[in-house]
Structure formats: C-alpha cells, structure tokens
Write a new protein. Structure first.
Length: 208
C-alpha cells in the first residue's frame, strides 16, 4: 500500500467513524484540519476505492509479502513498530523501519482520532426543556433523558416547568400559588424569577 493510498483509506475510515457518531461536516473538518469539500466528498464515498478511482496503481513494495503478518500481529495487540520491524527482519525483510511505520500509521491514527460525540450545549438543553415532550424527536428525547439522569436539580426543574406549562395551557390560575411555594421549597432560582419573565417564556414556548 502506497503512502497516498494509506492516507486516503485512513481519511475515509476516520470521516466515516466520526459521521456515524453524529458529527457534522464542519465539525469533522475542524477536527481533522481538512477542507469542507474534501470531508463532504469523503463522506459520500461508500468505500475508499471510490476515492482511489483514476489514481495510479501503487508500486510494489518490499513490505508486500509481510503485510499479512503485520495485520495478524496488529490484531493480536502487537502495535510497536520497532518490535515488528525486528520480527520482520528475522523473517527476511530487508526494508526500512519507516516503511512499516507508514503502513501502520492509518490504524494508529484512526484509533486516536475517534472521539465521543460533543455533549449538548446549554441552549440546546434549554430548548428541550421548554418544548412539549411530544415535539421532541427520538434522538432528542434520548439525549435529553441522558442529561436529566445526570442532574437531579435539572430533573426537578424540568418537572416544575412542565407543571407551569400545564397551568398556563389549562388556565389553572389558582394552582399558581402552590407552584410558587413548591419551587421555592426546592430552592431552584431559575423558577423564582419575576412573573413577567415566566409569562413571556411560557407563552412563547408552549404555543409550539
């Protein structure tokens, strides 16, 4: 495998992995320091071969007869290029250490590059809280549930927001006093802002 082909395969595998995790084109481009068009073209290719079409065939390498051995040793957990170079020399390899390192680099970089999806931001979580649960998509609902599971205070706040929304939509004014008492008892500052702010927030959010 030539260095160019190795880079293309590495790029395709990395972009494919990050796309599967939910990262967008711009985010992947920033992470990999690549142009947006290159990331988009790579993401659209189902296989690395589609990106290699029309390119010159790689030249034969001294490493070719030993690649199967390297693949096997990598799968077994042997990832040190110096040790692998010594092994191949015992098997008759007369090429350089750098050739082995270049061959293994795509796998090593892919293993490092795959990152966890970015957590939802404050604005996004706030939007989920202020929307009716039935208006959330499956993915949004799953992410929101995960966020609430990690924060009891946020879970309590969400419950009070839902109660307040119900008071607004059903015009149950007499229950507002009980709601205010309950929120103050739990010491949730976000629920004890001025009534005008809550009235604007509730009216705008729960009409949707």
């Amino acid at each position: 495998m030539s260095p160019i082909e190795a880079r293309i395969r590495e790029r395709h595998a990395t972009v494919d992995a990050l796309s599967a995790q939910g990262h967008g084109i711009r985010e992947i481009a920033r992470e990999l320091h690549m142009g947006g068009n290159t990331v988009r073209r790579t993401a659209r290719a189902e296989t690395p071969e589609q990106l290699l079409t029309g390119r010159r065939q790689p030249r034969p390498s001294q490493l070719d007869p030993y690649k199967a051995h390297l693949d096997k040793r990598w799968a077994e957990g042997s990832t040190n290029a110096i040790d692998l170079h010594t092994e191949l020399q015992d098997l008759g390899y007369r090429g350089s250490y750098q050739t082995i390192s270049d061959y293994l680099r795509p796998r090593r970089r892919l293993r490092i590059r795959v990152v966890a999806p970015a957590p939802p931001g404050v604005r996004q979580v706030t939007g989920w809280m202020m929307r009716h649960p039935e208006h959330l998509g499956d993915k949004e609902r799953h992410q929101f549930t995960a966020v609430l599971a990690k924060c009891p205070e946020l879970t309590a706040l969400h419950g009070h927001i839902r109660t307040f929304a119900e008071i607004l939509t059903t015009r149950s004014g007499p229950h507002l006093k009980d709601w205010i008492t309950a929120t103050r008892t739990e010491n949730l500052p976000a629920c004890t802002r001025s009534p005008m702010v809550w009235r604007r927030t509730g009216t705008l959010s729960f009409r949707a």
